[in-house]
Design a protein around this ligand. Structure first.
Ligand code: C5P
Length: 225
């Protein structure tokens, strides 16, 4: 299928405690966004839509040009929420695209094989597809400080990105989104579509805190660019 990857990179990154918007924070000599795009361009994307913070569109394009063909790249300005940013990206997807992947720039070290698994599963099933990892922690449901219930972790999975959808399914779900969701699979599920999973990766962790950034630095250290 003809695939577009929407890379949402318009978050502020306040939890990282950095001055710059998170996508432009350096891991080594290169930004979170550039590392992410290197993984995206390793796959079969026919279009890469970068959703950038207002005022940083040119910087996003500069990062993209160093790792992939300029003619595949579209840069749009993000919104106040992740969902608004994805909607902005979706409106810029080319007419002939059949499968759309939505990916967090903050999952900068996601390996190319995860993209391939998601695309193959969307193609084979027509479902929405997300990569997941088993939950390793024991999880409690709490009310303030009090534990209300335990939760059977064998029934749980931790959701990652890229999340993939047939283009018309994602378009329709966004056109009628009933609320704010923290990922696209939840939004698409709310519109009645089936969602499936493929194996995620430990390397797809979302760089959110300073400790996450340190982990990313250790992982890329010594790996030639
Ligand atoms: O805030 P959170 O870590 O969940 O953000 C996940 C991804 O969504 C990040 O890559 C971030 O840049 C992006 N995002 C966005 N627009 C927003 C908020 C988050 O593109 N308004």
């Amino acid at each position: 299928p003809r695939v577009a990857v929407i890379v949402v990179a318009a978050g502020s990154g306040t939890r990282l405690g950095a001055e710059a918007p998170k996508a432009f924070v350096g891991i080594d000599g290169h930004s979170i966004l550039r590392h992410c795009l290197r993984g995206v361009f390793a796959g079969p994307a026919a279009q890469v839509v970068i959703v950038a913070p207002a005022g940083r569109e040119g910087d996003a394009l500069t990062d993209a040009e160093t790792v992939g063909p300029r003619e595949l790249v579209t840069v749009v300005t993000g919104g106040a929420t992740r969902q608004a940013s994805v909607a902005a990206g979706l409106s810029a997807v080319w007419a002939d695209v059949e499968v759309v992947l939505v990916h967090d720039a903050a999952r900068a070290l996601t390996p190319p094989d995860v993209f391939a698994r998601v695309i193959d599963a969307v193609d084979a099933t027509g479902w929405g597809i997300l990569p997941v990892l088993p939950v390793v922690d024991t999880i409690k449901r709490v009310d303030g400080v009090e534990v209300v219930a335990g939760v059977d972790r064998s029934e749980l999975a931790a959701a990652q990105t890229p999340q993939g959808f047939r283009r018309e399914v994602l378009d329709a779900a966004y056109a009628s989104a009933p609320a704010e969701f923290t990922d696209d699979a939840a939004l698409v599920a709310a519109s009645g579509h089936r969602i499936g999973t493929v194996a995620g990766s430990e390397r797809s962790f979302k760089i959110t805190t300073a400790a996450d950034l340190e982990r990313a630095r250790l992982l890329v250290a010594g790996v030639p660019d």
